[in-house]
Ligand binder design. Structure first.
Ligand code: FAD
Length: 321
């Protein structure tokens, strides 16, 4: 059954985040041969429309305004609701990012719609559109089918492969003028944490440190390994609580959820709250000097040893590749 599906692209520092392309791929499945319409909201997003088309959107609608230069739930929900009003879609897909987690429930409540949040897969099976999502902190998966109304979902970054970029694809990029008013939140300034390199939520490789890293300086060998692998550095809450690193690096139930291709846990015991944020990583390597550490139960490869010896050795070996 062909459907019209809207996809919200996410823009950061003037570029589309990878999750935007993954959302387009999910929308293609939901559309079942129908139309996929990208939506871009921001201060100046028109030039990015063509990029979304190259990744599979059939056309793109943009809403530009000075008032939308920074994300605010009021501003973005007005813009997205206006596009939904114009397009009347049968499906709506957002990334399960900080923005998506904030905006999607607001939109769902405005539309009196259900919402499948944090989907890790979508497929057509037995004539139904079936979403898969983790439950019980990633210990089990449930399958969800929408039987009535709007098919509205957020998708977890790094789980649904984007379509291959096709430079020859072209599609209309049109602007919708929306009078954005009554924004209750005014962003005066954005103060960024000095995180270097790759975005943790979207990284293909994560090198994470726990209390076993022992100090702020103890993270240096992990940063080197992450650099060599083109990955990002993450942490357990134990490491954050001990002030070895910033809370923006925390992975777990009360931190970020990551699903990289490779997760290297260094000096992390593997508490259930930490596993909730990383156990769905494709390959898990654990380095811990305690052979009984819980992290080894979820690890594909375990190295029993001192991380300050093992991590530099791994870095040297990877440098040779
Ligand atoms: P520890 O448990 O102290 O483990 C350190 C490990 O390092 C040990 O296994 C030790 O053998 C090993 N080690 C020590 N030295 C070395 C060395 N030189 N080489 C190799 N290995 C070494 N935690 C999270 O991570 N994320 C969350 O989101 C989160 N949310 C929580 C929410 C709630 C409501 C609660 C109650 C807790 C939460 N926690 C969370 C905390 C969690 O329960 C653990 O306390 C925390 O994950 C432990 O961090 P850790 O593994 O770094 O430290």
């Amino acid at each position: 059954m062909a459907r019209k599906v809207l996809v919200l692209g996410e823009v950061r520092d003037g570029s589309l985040r990878n999750v935007s392309f993954e959302a387009v791929a999910a929308a293609k499945t939901v559309a079942e041969g129908g139309e996929v319409v990208g939506v871009l909201i921001g201060g100046s997003v028109n030039p990015l429309g063509a990029e979304l088309v190259k990744y599979g959107a059939d056309r793109v609608v943009t809403v530009e305004s000075e008032k939308l230069a920074q994300y605010t739930p009021d501003g973005y929900s007005q813009a997205l609701m206006a596009v939904i009003g114009e397009e009347n879609p049968e499906g709506l897909i957002l990334g399960h990012t900080a923005l998506g987690k904030d905006l999607a429930p607001k939109i769902a409540s405005r539309l009196s719609s259900g919402l499948i949040s944090d989907a890790t897969a979508v497929e057509v099976a037995g004539g139904n559109l079936v979403f898969t999502r983790p439950i019980y902190s990633g210990k089990a998966f449930e399958k969800k089918v929408v039987t009535d109304g709007l098919i509205f979902a957020t998708i977890r970054p790094n789980n649904i492969a984007p379509l291959e970029k096709d430079e020859s694809r072209s599609g209309d990029v049109s602007s919708l003028s929306v009078d954005i008013k009554d924004i209750r939140t005014i962003i005066k300034d954005v103060v960024r944490k000095a995180t270097e390199g790759v975005d943790l939520s979207e990284a293909k490789v994560v090198v994470a440190g726990g209390r076993g890293v022992k100090s702020e300086d103890g993270f240096e060998p992990l940063k080197e390994l992450a650099n060599v692998l083109g990955g990002a550095v993450g942490a357990s809450r134990g490491a954050c609580d001990a002030e070895y690193c910033d809370y923006s690096l925390q992975i777990g139930q009360t931190g970020k959820v990551v699903t990289p291709d490779l997760y290297i846990a260094c000096g992390i015991s593997g508490a259930i709250q930490h596993l909730a944020g990383m156990s769905n990583s494709k390959v898990i390597v654990a380095i811990n000097k305690d052979p009984e550490a819980n992290i080894f139960k979820v690890a594909d490869y375990g190295i029993v040893g001192d991380l300050f010896e093992v991590v530099p050795m791994l870095t040297e070996e990877f440098k040779k590749l």
